[in-house]
Structure formats: structure tokens, C-alpha cells
Design a protein around this ligand. Structure first.
Ligand SMILES: [Ca+2]
Length: 247
């Protein structure tokens, strides 16, 4: 009887052990199932993010393509614009002057500079006292009407660098010193001296100066042997005054 009881006890314990292992296995399976579901959820989220990123990459590619096309168009426009700039100033359409760029400004200024020039002279001998302004009465050219034959003043029309030149003649046995003046300042002098010879004489001077719009440029006698020494006639000496905008 004792042996039987022991056998029953061993069998009971054995079944209890098996039941316990089966319960632990179920718990592990449940835990693994939970982990797998969690990873599956994370994987699904990652797939969604990858899909979104693919859409964004496609949009960026499309934008890059559009920008390349636009850059190509702009390069063509710049190229044709450069060709326009390289052409002569006469081809600048007046209608674009309201849309000028810094480059256009230089071109327009150059165009204007070629248009400013004057050359005037005395039609005959003159009498001028010291510091009296010469009134050149004949205009050979005065492109923008800046020289006034009424008062003898060249009114600078555009700020820039100018060339001015004067030629004066002195009568027989006379001398005179003429000056180019800008706003009352001496900028150039020419001294015609025939005082010691029985002949007439001429002298010239040329200056390059910066002048501002509105400046007054004129020629005057500084001093002379008497007040009627300026020689100007057809065959020998023509007392004249010229100027032009250099740039
Ligand atoms: Ca004039």
C-alpha cells in the first residue's frame, strides 16, 4: 500500500509540473505576440513615413526641373541683353530710358556726352578792357545751345569732364593775355605777344577740367597793351573758343 501511495504521489507531482510549464509557455507566447504586434505597428508607421518622403522628393525634383528651365530662360535673356548693350549708342530705344539700370545710365551718359560741343569765334577785331568777357558772336556749332552769344557764357549742361580751348590773336605791336574762367576761377591762360614785332601773333591753350552742371565758363582779357588788341579776321587769325564734354 505504501508503494502505491508513493506512485500516486509521484504521478500527481509530475502532472502538476507539466501544467505549470504549459502555463509559462502560454505567457511567453502572449508576450511574443504583443512584441510582434508592436513592431508591426512601428513598421507600418515607418512605411507611411517613407511614402511621404518619396512624395516630397518627387515634388523637389519637379521644382528643380522648373528652376533649371527658368534659369535657362534668364540666361538667354541676359545673353540677348548683353548683345544689346554691345551695340552702338544710337540703338538705345528712348522708351527704355525710364527702366534704366546702372549700365544703361553709363550708356546714356556717353550718348549725351557725344552731343555736347560748341565752337564760337569773333567775326572781327574787338576792343576789350581788362577782365571783360569776350562775346563770341558767331556760332559754328552749339549742339545743346549752352553757349550764349548775348553774354559770352557757356552754361555747363551736364556734370562731367570737359575740354576747353581758346585761341587769341594780338594786333600789330600789341600783346594780350586771355584766360579761360570757370565760375570766376582762372583755369587756363594764353599770351599772344606781338609787341616787339611788326606783325600779328596768336596763342592758344587747352584745358581738361571737371565741371558741374550750371557752371559758367567764359574767356576774358587779363591784361593787354591797350583795350583794342584782340585780332580776329578771315585770312590770318581767328580768335575762337571751343568746348566739349569728354565723358
Ligand atoms: Ca547758343
Amino acid at each position: 500500500m505504501a508503494a502505491l501511495a508513493v506512485s500516486v504521489l509521484v504521478l500527481f507531482l509530475s502532472n502538476a509540473s507539466v501544467a505549470l510549464r504549459s502555463s509559462e509557455t502560454d505567457d511567453r507566447f502572449l508576450e511574443l505576440e504583443r512584441i510582434i504586434k508592436l513592431q508591426q505597428s512601428q513598421l507600418d508607421n515607418l512605411l507611411v513615413q517613407v511614402a511621404d518622403l518619396n512624395v516630397q522628393v518627387a515634388e523637389k525634383d519637379s521644382e528643380v526641373t522648373r528652376l533649371k528651365e527658368r534659369m535657362g530662360d534668364l540666361e538667354k535673356k541676359c545673353s540677348s541683353y548683353d548683345e544689346t548693350i554691345d551695340t552702338s549708342d544710337e540703338n538705345v530705344p528712348e522708351s527704355t530710358e525710364s527702366e534704366i539700370t546702372s549700365t544703361d545710365t553709363r550708356r546714356i551718359k556717353r550718348q549725351e556726352s557725344t552731343n555736347v560741343a560748341f565752337h564760337v569765334y569773333l567775326s572781327g577785331n574787338r576792343c576789350y578792357s581788362n577782365h571783360e568777357i569776350y562775346i563770341f558772336d558767331v556760332e559754328e556749332i552749339d549742339t545743346v545751345n549752352s553757349y550764349n552769344v548775348g553774354d559770352g557764357i557757356f552754361d555747363v549742361p551736364i556734370t562731367g569732364t570737359y575740354v576747353f580751348t581758346v585761341t587769341v590773336g594780338s594786333n600789330v605791336r600789341r600783346f594780350l593775355q586771355a584766360q579761360i574762367m570757370i565760375n570766376g576761377q582762372i583755369k587756363g591762360q594764353a599770351y599772344a605777344d606781338s609787341q616787339d614785332i611788326t606783325d600779328i601773333h596768336s596763342a592758344s591753350t587747352t584745358i581738361v577740367v571737371n565741371a558741374n552742371a550750371g557752371d559758367h565758363v567764359f574767356v576774358r582779357t587779363e591784361h593787354s597793351s591797350n583795350n583794342c588788341d584782340v585780332n580776329s579776321e578771315v585770312y590770318h587769325i581767328r580768335t575762337s573758343f571751343s568746348g566739349w564734354l569728354l565723358f
